[in-house]
Design a protein around this ligand. Structure first.
Ligand SMILES: [Zn+2]
Length: 109
């Protein structure tokens, strides 16, 4: 495995940044960034930035979705509780009463 990947962003080589400039006077180019390889393999092993990742995803969205299409909704069982917090003085100011909506994941093992 090589030590670097070229960034897969489709327009990485069009961003006007100094670190992308290569070549000699008269024949300079903006070049796709190299992305260093780490032991951790993730999106930043193939993309120099979130922007390049988003550009790639938008350009290839149909193929990406085809990897794992979602044809029905998923659901997470939860318990929803209304917790009333009374007005109280916290030492600095009076906190007005408020109702908290607590969403607790139910583990159905
Ligand atoms: Zn890039």
């Amino acid at each position: 495995m090589s030590e670097y990947n070229w960034c897969h962003g489709p327009t990485c080589h069009k961003s006007h940044t100094q670190d992308r400039i290569r070549g000699v006077k008269g024949s300079k180019v903006l070049r796709t960034r190299k992305v260093r390889q780490n032991t951790y393999i993730g999106m930043f092993s193939y993309f120099c930035s979130n922007s390049c990742y988003n550009d790639f995803a938008n350009e290839h969205i149909q193929q990406i979705i085809a990897i794992a299409p979602r044809t029905e909704a998923l659901e997470t069982p939860v318990d929803v509780q209304q917790v009333k917090h009374p007005e109280h003085y916290n030492g600095h100011y009076t906190q007005t009463a408020w109702t908290e909506t607590k969403i607790i994941t139910v583990d159905n093992g």
